[in-house]
Design a protein around this ligand. Sequence first.
Ligand SMILES: [Zn+2]
Length: 149
Amino acid sequence: MKAFMKEFKEFAMRGNVMDMAVGVVIGGAFGAIITALVDNIITPIIGAVMGGVNFSKLAITVGKATIGYGAFIQAVIDFLIVAFCIFCMIKAMNKATNMKKQEEEAPEEPTTKECPFCKTEIAIGATRCPNCTSVLELNADIDLEKPEA
Ligand SMILES: [Zn+2]
């Protein structure tokens, strides 16, 4: 039993379990927003456009069986709205992530430095200038890391 509890603790403490829990909670809250949006705004608008038709009440009676195709149509519409909202959210998030990435990548690492003796551009890791053959001190790299003023 002790080993079982330890295993459960390890499982529950794993980062992705917490992420998943957050996802489920946020997803549930988001679902409530979508439900409210669909029930109170989208469905009445569609109903008004279509002349007061309430999808969920649509049904055909065939003999003794009732085919409630209205509820099915409603479910499909709900799904499309949820899928569209999630698509928009992911698109916005991707855009934000890309923008952040670009900001991070913006300050490009210098690949060249200036030889302090002949002022020509040489490779950043060079310890001897290929142009004037001067031996470059290693700490010169630190001085030259800053962009040329
Ligand atoms: Zn040089």
